[in-house]
Every structure is written in C-alpha cells, then in structure tokens.
Design a protein around this ligand. Structure first.
Ligand code: BG6
Length: 486
C-alpha cells in the first residue's frame, strides 16, 4: 500500500535515537522507494543551529549507522533534502513559530509527531501543539519509551496525551513488537493447525523468555540508574513477548482484536505478594568480569554511576497466568546486561512422553521443545527425538530448523523501519493501547514498591556470566534449567 504524503516531526530530533535508529530507518525506506517524493522530516531540537550545521551533524552521526549498500552519496543527498531543522524549547509555546512555518497546512498531508523525548515533556508538547492548532484530525503522535516509571505516571501520560489526541491517534512504541520473529510467532501460532491444540497446560510444561545483552549500561547511566532492568526491559519488552506467546487467538489482526487478547493476558498474570515475590524473583547487578575476552568494569564503576547504587541490571522471575489455558504452567522471564551472550529467545517446552515403547527409559527422552529465536539470528528450532541411523533402535534428540534469513531471501526490515511505516500507514496493531500499558504497570507495581522498601542490594554477578547463581536455583527448584545452562 503506497504511503500518502506526510510531515514527520521528530521531537528529540538531534538525539541518540534519531541518529542511531529513526533517521537511518527513514533512509532505508526512502531508498526502497516507499516515501512519497514530497514527504518531509522535521527534526526538532533545543540547540540553535543552522540548517547546514544540522545536516552536517546528521551526515557525520546518523549516516555511519546505515549498513546498506544503497547508502550512496546520491541517495543520501536526496534523503537529507527532505530534512528541515527547527530549534525550539519544547516547554515554551512562544518558541513554536518555526515549527508552524515548517509544516504544510494541507489536510491531505498526514502529520506524525514522534516524541523521542523524556516522558516528562509529553504533556507539555501535546498542549503546545494543540495551542498552536498543530494537533489536527489527520495528526498522529508516537510515544517513545519510557512510558512512565510506575502506574501513576503511566496513567498521567495517558490522561495528558489523551486530552489532545484520540486513542486511535496515539502510537505507544515497543520496538520488540517490530521485530520480525515476533510477528512470525503470530504466523506460527495462528497460521498453522499444528500448534494451537497443543498450546496449553495439558501439553506445555514451561516457557522461558530471555533477553540477554552483552552490553553494559554504556553512557546511559543517568537514565538507567533511575530505571533498572525491571522498568527498562521487563515491564515492556518481556511482557509484550509473553503476551504474544500466551494470548488467546484474536479474531483478526485488527488493532483492537490483538490488543484485547494481550490485555487479557496482562490482567490474568498472578499478582505477587511480598512472600511470593521473594521466592520467585531474583535481581542482580553486574560486577567486573570479562565479556568476549575483554575486561569490563563493575556497574558501580561505570562513569558517573553511584558507588552504592542498588539498581538492578538483571532480573529473573517465575510468573504464572491464572487462566484455564495456562494455570500451573511457569513462565520464566529473564533479562540482564553484561551477560555471557547476547540473545533473545522464547523456549516453549512440551511435556515428557507418557511411556516408552523402546528399550530405553522415558527419562532418556528429551521433551520436545520449540525455540523461537529473535536475536542474533532469526528462526525457529523444533527439538524432536529421532532414531540414530543404522542397526538397532536408539533414539536421540535431533533438530528441525527454520532459518528465516536462509528461507526467505527477502530484504530485512529493522524494527523501527517496520514500526515507522506502520505509523505512517495508520496501522495500530503493533502498538500498545493505553489500557494495556496501565495493566503492565499495574502488575509490576508491587515488585517496584517492595524493592523500594527493601534496602538489600541486588545480588552481584560477574560480567560475562548468566547472572547470579540464585537465578539458576530459581528454575532449578522446579527441576529445570535455563536453556543455555542445560
Ligand atoms: C531498550 C532498552 O528498550 O532495548 C535498552 O532501553 C536495551 O537498555 C535495548 O539495550 C535492547 O534492544 P535490542 O533491540 O538491542 O535487543
């Protein structure tokens, strides 16, 4: 479907996300011929700079993030001709005149305001856009994370933004939903007859969802130390993956059908109490160690990190979903920085066979599992038992593998590319609805409150490992192991 003409306004337009992800994503779509010839990008920032200075900055900062062979000078020059820089103070409506001038006053041109700013600015920006008559019926607003830091602040954001924009104009982004494999999980679950009958407590023994990073906190300590892994990764990315794995079949892929199903999962998550929380959640903080053979410092020794920080860089938990489909099936969630490997995957483990007809005990049968890999490679792996070739009947684990890159040679789209295209098309399915956001915070809130009141520090773990030993003990208690440790 061809895109209609648009003005894309990036608040935070000279910031890190714009340079690393948003502008490179728009460039990729441009060279693929997706952008209408007259579509424009207005980058908004605080800093006074001329158009020429800004374009030079974009060329030196954003262009190196583009890996495509199509990043030729001609293509680049054509792309940057779409960009206009506007300096303003987002909190001061008197400074918005440059933005008014930069936008086309044409009902046929879609306006997208992408707020890649701290959430404290969302409400002021929306008010100021309204004040200036810039929040029109054909406008959309994209909210970048963090979408609050607890339930109250998330509600506040929904309320304030909702005063200016209708729910169908609001795109709450979670870039994990733009990843190819996440959408493939929908295809797997609802495009095949094979899985759905087995996708329930009778046949599935447990589910593991891991997002592990080798990276440390980098230069984001100011944000990260007030956030931590629970807010930064679990409340959003991990819970969204959990929703896609666990949701009931939506009636279609329409935004509300999918979001209703996800909401039901969030609302069915078993609430933690202070006692169950202590038993089922492990938090950790990285210490010095080695990642890929390179010595890396402790979290507390990262530049500008507070020496006594109690911020967690690792969380592992056992969650449960109180529904007929999932009662009693543990969902183990885990995320951490400075881990042994960088990967994101979902492992669905099926139950053990009930009886062995072969001359080997049931315990020698590895239960079937389905590994859905998001990163670094994208694919599916089904673990089965198969006969080893030759005489006799010996069964051994074997794998069926579907590598998305190998199978579909089509060009890939980065998550931001995909999601930006969806915003420009007005396609809301892969964005969170306001009630979904609140339900996720509501579930996380008792954990946050408990940790705030508890003055014990997160458990230390050496960089380059899979986190504190207590995380292995958490799953070990149920007679299981994390996949990488098995
Ligand atoms: C972001 C977090 O949302 O996701 C970062 O703020 C994290 O801390 C990043 O590094 C991970 O995303 P990806 O796509 O690289 O796995």
């Amino acid at each position: 479907m061809a895109l209609s003409d648009f003005d894309l306004v990036l608040f935070g337009g000279s910031g890190d996300l714009a340079m690393r992800k948003l502008l490179p994503a728009m460039f990729s779509r441009d060279v693929c011929g997706d952008l209408p010839p007259t579509a424009r990008i207005v980058c908004v920032g605080r800093q006074e700079s001329t158009q020429e200075e800004f374009i030079n900055m974009v060329t030196s900062t954003a262009r190196p993030h583009i890996k495509s062979a199509k990043a030729t000078d001609d293509n680049w020059n054509r792309f940057i001709a779409r960009i206009t820089y506007v300096a303003l103070d987002a909190t001061d409506v008197a400074t918005y005149h440059g933005l008014v001038d930069a936008l086309r006053n044409d009902a046929g041109v879609t306006r997208v305001y992408y707020l890649a700013t701290p959430p404290a600015l969302f409400s002021r920006i929306c008010d100021n856009l309204k004040d200036k008559g810039l929040a029109t019926a054909n406008s959309r607003v994209v909210l970048e994370k963090p979408l609050g830091r607890d339930l109250a602040s998330a509600k506040q954001i929904n309320k304030e933004v909702g005063k200016v924009f209708e729910e169908h104009q609001i795109y709450r982004i979670d870039h994990y939903l733009g990843k190819e494999t996440v959408q493939n999980l929908l295809a797997l679950r609802f495009g095949n007859i094979l899985f759905e009958p087995l996708w329930r407590r009778e046949w599935i023994s447990d589910v593991q969802i891991t997002i592990a990073e080798k990276l440390g906190v980098g230069n984001r300590i100011g944000y990260y130390d007030t956030s931590g892994a629970l807010r930064d990764m679990l409340q959003n990315h991990l819970l969204q993956l959990l929703c896609i794995v666990a949701m009931e079949p939506p009636t279609s892929t329409s935004p509300d059908a999918v979001r209703d199903s996800k909401l039901q999962v969030l609302r069915s998550l078993k609430r933690f109490t202070p006692t169950t929380l202590a038993q089922n959640i492990v938090r950790g903080q990285y210490r010095a160690g080695h990642v890929d053979g390179k010595a890396v410092p402790s979290y507390r020794d990262e530049p500008e990190a507070p020496q006594n920080s109690r911020t967690e860089t690792f969380v592992a938990m056992k969650a449960e979903i109180d529904t007929w489909r999932w009662a009693g099936v543990p969902f183990y969630l885990r995320t951490g920085k400075r881990m042994a490997d960088g990967l994101a995957e979902i492992v669905v483990r099926f139950k053990q066979i009930p009886h062995s007809i072969f001359n080997q005990p049931t315990s020698s049968f590895q239960p079937n599992s389905l590994v859905i890999r998001l990163q670094p490679d994208e694919g599916l792996r089904m673990n089965l038992m198969a006969k080893t070739p030759g005489e006799g009947m010996r069964l051994k684990p074997a794998e069926l593998e579907l590598d998305f890159r190998e199978t579909f040679k089509a060009p890939r789209m980065d998550a931001y590319e995909r999601l930006l295209l969806d915003v420009l098309r007005g396609q809301l399915t892969l964005f969170m609805r306001g009630d979904e956001l609140e339900a996720a915070w509501e579930w996380v809130e008792p954990i946050l409150t408990n940790w705030e009141q508890d003055d014990t520090a997160p458990l230390p773990y050496a960089s380059g490992t899979w986190g504190p030993a207590a995380a292995s003990a958490l799953i070990g208690r149920d007679g299981l192991q994390w996949r990488e440790e098995a």
